[in-house]
Design a protein around this ligand. Structure first.
Ligand SMILES: *Cc1c(COP(=O)(O)O)cnc(C)c1O
Length: 473
C-alpha cells in the first residue's frame, strides 16, 4: 500500500468509524452470533497473492460488526465500562500512524515527558499524594503483578531475583474476599503460591477488618512466616466494596508490609472531591492503580500506576543489557524500567487529548451523572414489588434480582440466570451477573461516556417488562 492509497482508506476508515458511533445505539449490544459463526466465514487458508484493499474493507464491513459486542453502546451496563471517548479514538489513530516504541526516554522523548506530565495531571485531578510518581501500565493486572514483585524483592532484599525462592522464608500476603482475581494471579506468577495469600475477614460493611488483619499478621509471624504485602480494594468488581485505607494502611506501615491499592474502576470517581474520602489514607500505602481505560474516557489500554518509592519498583524491574544502554545518562526516566514488558506504546497522548477535550469539569460532570443515574435506576428497581436490591448502589454500580411472588426461594438463582439470558438475547441492553454470598444477582453499572439518563431509564423499563415475560413463560 502506498501513502496515497493509505490516505484514501484511512479516510474511509474514519468515515466508517464516525457512522458507526453515530448509529451504534440501534445495534444489539451483545453480539448475537453463535460460537463458530465467525470461523465459518473466514477461509481456512491464507491468500497466496495480495488482495485489493477495496475487497478487504468490504469484507470488514460485512463480517466484523455483527461479531462485536458493542462496548461503546450507550446501553452497555455489563462488567465495568471500557470507555473509548471520541478524542481518545483520534489519539489512537495518530499513535498507530506514529507507532513509536517508547521503552526509553531517547526512543521518543515526547512519550516519556508527556507521560510524566499527564500522570502529574491525574494525580492533581484525583488528589493523590503529591510526592508519588506515576507511570502508565498496560493493565491493572500488570501493575498489581509489578507491586507483588516489588513487595517480594523488598522483603528479600532483592535476593529473590538472584537465588529464586527456594530456601527463603515463606512470604505472606493479605487481602479480603473482595479482591480482584488479578491479585490471585499475581501471587501465582510471582512464585508466592496461593496458600500464602491470606484472606482476612471483613466487617459488616464488607471492608477488611483491621483487628483481624493484625491478628493474622501476628499469628503468621509467630508461625515463622514473613508477612510481606497486602492488597486493599477500592470499588470491588462484584459489588463496589471499598476497604478503610487509613485503618489498613496504618497497620501496613507498622508491620512494614508493601501495600498496594487496586481501584481499577472506582479510582476515576475521585476526580470528584465528594468521592475522595475513598482514598483517605492512601499516603500510607506503597502502590496504587486505577484505570482511565475503564471510566475516564480513555480507550483501552491505559492504567495509571503510582508508587511512593519508584527506586524500589525500578530496582525490581530494570534490566541493563548492553544493547539498551544509552550514550548519555538522562535525567529523565526510562519507563521500561517501571513495567513488565520492555516495549511500551505511546499511551500518554490519549490522556492529553481526553483531559484537554473534556476538561476537569466535563469529566466530573460525566462521572456525577453516571452515579446519579445509577442511583435513580436502583431506586426504580427497589420500588417494584417483585425486584430487590442485593447490593449498592456503590458509586455507579448496583446489584439486584427479580423476586416474583410465588416463586420458591430455591428457584430464584435459576430464575435470575434465565432473566439474564433473556435480557442479553433481546439485545436492547447488556448486563452481567455476580454471586453475593450464594445469591445469583444481576450487576448494573452506568459508565459509558455518552450514556444519557434516557438510555438508563429505558433499559430499566425494558428489563421490568422482560421479567414479566420470563416469569409468565
Ligand atoms: C477491571 C479490574 C481489574 C483488571 O483490570 P485490567 O486493567 O483489565 O487488568 C483489576 N481490579 C479491579 C478491581 C477491576 O475492576
Amino acid at each position: 500500500m502506498d501513502t496515497e492509497e493509505f490516505r484514501k482508506w484511512s479516510k474511509a476508515a474514519a468515515d466508517w468509524s464516525a457512522d458507526y458511533r453515530a448509529t451504534i445505539a440501534e445495534l444489539p449490544v451483545r453480539s448475537q452470533l453463535a460460537p463458530g459463526d465467525v470461523l465459518k466465514r473466514l477461509p481456512q487458508n491464507p491468500p497466496t497473492h495480495g488482495e485489493d484493499f477495496a475487497n478487504i474493507f468490504a469484507d470488514f464491513k460485512k463480517m466484523v460488526p455483527d461479531g462485536i459486542t458493542h462496548w461503546q453502546h450507550p446501553r452497555f451496563f455489563a462488567y465495568f465500562p471500557s470507555n473509548a471517548s471520541l478524542p481518545s479514538v483520534i489519539a489512537e489513530q495518530l499513535i498507530a500512524a506514529l507507532s513509536p516504541q517508547c521503552m526509553l526516554w531517547q526512543t521518543s522523548p515526547v512519550a516519556t515527558e508527556m507521560e510524566m506530565r499527564m500522570l502529574e495531571w491525574l494525580a492533581q485531578m484525583c488528589g493523590l499524594p503529591a510526592d508519588w510518581h506515576g507511570s502508565i501500565q498496560d493493565s491493572a493486572s500488570n501493575a498489581t503483578l509489578a507491586a507483588v514483585l516489588t513487595a517480594r524483592e523488598t522483603a528479600l532484599d532483592w535476593t529473590g531475583h538472584r537465588d529464586g525462592l527456594a530456601n527463603k522464608p515463606q512470604l505472606r500476603f493479605y487481602t479480603s474476599i473482595h479482591c480482584h482475581s488479578s491479585a490471585n494471579k499475581a501471587i501465582w506468577l510471582a512464585g508466592i503460591g496461593e496458600v500464602n495469600l491470606v484472606v482476612v475477614p471483613c466487617r459488616d460493611d464488607g471492608s477488611m477488618d483491621p483487628a483481624a488483619l493484625r491478628t493474622a499478621i501476628a499469628s503468621d509471624r509467630a508461625a515463622g512466616y514473613l508477612p510481606t504485602g497486602l492488597f486493599a480494594i477500592v470499588g470491588s468488581t462484584s459489588i463496589g466494596i471499598s476497604d478503610d485505607l487509613r485503618a489498613i494502611g496504618e497497620i501496613c506501615r507498622t508491620e512494614k508490609l508493601y501495600a498496594h491499592v487496586d481501584a481499577a474502576w472506582a479510582g476515576s470517581a475521585t476526580l470528584c472531591p465528594e468521592h475522595r474520602h475513598l482514598l483517605d489514607g492512601l499516603e500510607l500505602f506503597d502502590s496504587y492503580v486505577f484505570n482511565p481505560h475503564k471510566w475516564l474516557g480513555t480507550n483501552f489500554d491505559l492504567s495509571a500506576h503510582y508508587v511512593r518509592e519508584p527506586e524500589k519498583l525500578q530496582r525490581t524491574l530494570a534490566t541493563h543489557p548492553a544493547y539498551l544502554k544509552t550514550q548519555h545518562a538522562s535525567s529523565m526516566p526510562d519507563f521500561s524500567n517501571w513495567s513488565l514488558p520492555l516495549g511500551r506504546r505511546f499511551r500518554a497522548l490519549k490522556l492529553w487529548f481526553v483531559i484537554r477535550c473534556y476538561g476537569i469539569e466535563g469529566l466530573q460532570t460525566i462521572i456525577r451523572n453516571h452515579i446519579n443515574w445509577a442511583q435513580q435506576a436502583a431506586a426504580e428497581f427497589a420500588a417494584q414489588p417483585d425486584f430487590e436490591l442485593v447490593a449498592g448502589p456503590n458509586l455507579a454500580l448496583f446489584v439486584f434480582r427479580h423476586t416474583p411472588a410465588g416463586l420458591p426461594a430455591a428457584q430464584l438463582n435459576t430464575h435470575n440466570a434465565a432473566m439474564l439470558d433473556a435480557i442479553n438475547a433481546a439485545g436492547f441492553t447488556y448486563l452481567t451477573q455476580t454471586d453475593v454470598d450464594g445469591t445469583y444477582a444481576l450487576r448494573f453499572q452506568v459508565g459509558h461516556t455518552d450514556t444519557t439518563l434516557e438510555h438508563v431509564l429505558d433499559s430499566v423499563k425494558h428489563i421490568i417488562k422482560l421479567a414479566k415475560q420470563v416469569t409468565d413463560s
